[in-house]
Design a protein. Structure first.
Lengths: 321, 321
């Protein structure tokens, strides 16, 4: 099986398992939006990574599938709550929960998804169940930290690229790092392998997020499924933006941010400004650097697993939207 | 030690442990509201029940304290999110998180508390850690169900008292039932004891909630720390209200609810209407019935533990606000 076939194979299993979860119908105010959120088809990269690592190192699929599903449900919960906080109307082309229902329903169904994630995790069969529980909850807390930083950056003019890297390490990297780490924990790997795979996951998570930031600017509106202005209007900081700002005087920064916020540039003008500042090239270099670093952390793995994980890394990298 | 002294003793331990939890300072947008929520002094009934049951049946305090703290942190998370959904301005006399900060901060810090609860639970030392995790998460999900029902009742005119009893069993009873059940699980009790203590907890939780409903009407505003109108204005259904409505024609019901919603009765008029409908007496009878049923479920316990649990039950019952 090629890695593309393997990804497709795992994705099918996860999609099916998520739809077949024993989620009750009543009360519908809680479970309808939960089912709605789980049915949207994401890439399922996180559970796929967990399964590839876990099975690759000898764990049994049936034993570790609950942990893989738990990660995807956890990811879904963060999206439902983040969409409220970011006031996003759509997600993957369909209405967000708080738009389709209301904010209360989105808070509550996010809480339900969060709990469902823990509940699934408890069904994982591993002698390391306590360590897995601790990693899962430590990771969840760090994801909350990342979201808190992301929100606080919206009202901060001077955010350093180091602060930004920390934020995305927590908000995006950690969950992917967790996927690798929990996969390795289920298979009873050595600490050395666990730690290296964890860093591999964080690095590709960061690269993945910065690639998203870049596509937000360079890609067309239709491909992204949301308007360019939505992130800028809320004051969101992204790597390409921070790099562009870093070359400006304080006055120019404030003016530029205010123009973006008020949606006073069209897409072409924004793209031109970013290109001229050197930000597009610099961002591409950073993505390459992070992926190279991630690659190095795979040296501890046997060849077959290393090859598969590199395959996933390239799969994510090729993504155009 | 009398039971009052024991409750005081345990409460002191829990208050101290909660303040001393290793909660970081950074990022403050996440951890400041978490510390603020944990510092408000509740009655700590849930962790006290867990400790009395667990220690009573032979578990070591240090081993089970994390589970007790987890329950209180879980309770705190539900209050933070419920306060957003109910749009309550104050809680225990101080500003709610979403009023002191904003809704996003309250969503996120509630999420953080939720995670912290599970993180603490993982530190419990017991051979039943998986069963404890499953009970904890099943309970958490049922609490979400209870909240979903409570919200849906706000926009429903005809809610039966059976539906109401189900709602408070989930929203309030379950967490108290969990406290008893997890306490018994940590001590490795028999299934018979675990199940009876679970029902004992649910029954006193229901009695406790209905007593709150009653005090909401009969008590003065200052004692309750919130205005009478706030719950009625949102359309919240309580047992005394449902009983009063059950004797009215459909037209009268709609008119009565609308008057309550618009705050067109003063407190004395509301009290008079409830008293005349027989609702106050009926509600008092129901509380007594639930507490008697709870009492019966303690017959499986050794005398000393039974005495302490009855003592707690009476302690809750005496509460005047």
């Amino acid at each position: 099986m090629t890695i593309e076939q393997k990804i497709k194979h795992y994705k099918k299993i996860i999609d099916q398992e998520l739809v077949n979860l024993p989620v009750p119908d009543y009360p519908s105010g809680l479970y309808e939006p939960i089912k709605y959120s789980l049915a949207t088809t994401g890439k399922r990269i996180r559970p796929i990574l967990l399964l590839i690592v876990g099975e690759g190192f000898g764990a049994t699929q049936a034993d570790i599938l609950p942990a893989a599903l738990a990660l995807e449900v956890l990811h879904t919960y963060t999206l439902v709550h983040d969409d409220i906080m970011d006031n996003d109307d759509t997600r993957r082309g369909i209405a967000t929960v708080h738009k389709k229902w209301n904010v209360n329903t989105a808070i509550l169904s996010g809480d339900g998804l969060n709990t469902l994630a823990f509940r699934l995790l408890m069904d994982t069969k591993s002698k390391n169940i306590r360590e897995i529980g601790i990693e899962f909850t430590n990771g969840m807390l760090e994801i909350c930290e990342g979201q808190a930083l992301d929100l606080s950056f919206e009202t901060t003019i001077n955010v350093s690229t180091e602060q930004y890297m920390e934020m995305i390490s927590k908000k995006t990297g950690r969950l992917i790092g967790m996927a690798c780490k929990i996969g390795a924990l289920t298979a009873g790997c050595s600490n050395k392998i666990i730690e290296n795979l964890f860093i591999f996951g964080i690095k590709i998570g960061q690269a993945f997020q910065i690639q998203d930031d870049l596509l937000e600017i360079t890609s067309s509106e239709e491909k992204m499924g949301k308007s360019l202005s939505s992130d800028f209007a809320s004051g969101k900081k992204t790597y390409p933006l921070l790099y562009t700002l870093s070359n400006m005087s304080e006055d120019k920064k404030i003016k530029f941010l205010s123009f973006l916020k008020k949606n006073m540039y069209n897409r072409k003008e924004v793209q031109k400004k970013f290109r001229e500042s050197g930000s597009i090239d610099k961002t591409k270099d950073l993505i390459k650097k992070l992926l190279n670093e991630a690659h190095e952390h795979l040296d501890v793995c046997p060849g077959a697993i290393k090859k598969e994980l590199l395959g996933i890394m390239k799969f994510i990298q090729k993504r155009q939207f």
